[in-house]
Design a protein around this ligand. Sequence first.
Ligand code: E4P
Length: 217
Amino acid sequence: MQIFLDTANLEEIKKYASYGLLDGVTTNPSLIAKEGVSLEKRIKEICAVVDGPVSAEVLATDYQGMLDEARTYAGWAPNVFVKLPLTMNGIKACRTLTGESIHVNMTLVFSINQAILAAKAGADLVSPFVGRLDDISEDGMSLVRDMVQVFRINSWGAKVLAASIRHPEHVAEAARAGAGIVTIPPAILEQMFVHPLTEKGLAQFLADWEKVKDKQK
Ligand code: E4P
């Protein structure tokens, strides 16, 4: 399973890229808006740090507008993946753009039928929003499991990108489900490093060593 960072914050991206942990980055208009920079500037900055796919979402909702924005974004860097919303115009634009070899991440996917349409339209990545389904008392991870199974049975090349991740157990569940990618907010990725027994064990090892270290010389 590949790990993407779900943020537009350049410092966080540089930090986790320096650990060799990042296979890609996802952004969305809300995440870009928080940063107070232009979409173009930030996407170019991220693409200079990360080799893998970097998702940039269109703002247009009409077919032609989506195509125009997508073609512009695709010119910013070779690893830009254009994010399109799962609407009728989004699906139509997906088919056109993948026909031009522009990479597409279909976003805001909340049902297996939407996921099927995205895969059939040639999307490279299809993003089920796990946390937002959980928020309305549905089981977000069961959509991820369904998608993995349906894509495999049909030999569709689209990758399942588990998104809207709210806690570390979502990451573990996505891995168990066989998702190709999980996109993780920085705060959740940070939590994945931590276990109280690791801290306790390390403190004990160092304390024991302290008692005998002079005799080691
Ligand atoms: C995915 O690409 C989206 O950016 C993201 O995962 C949305 O997550 P949220 O529901 O926490 O906003």
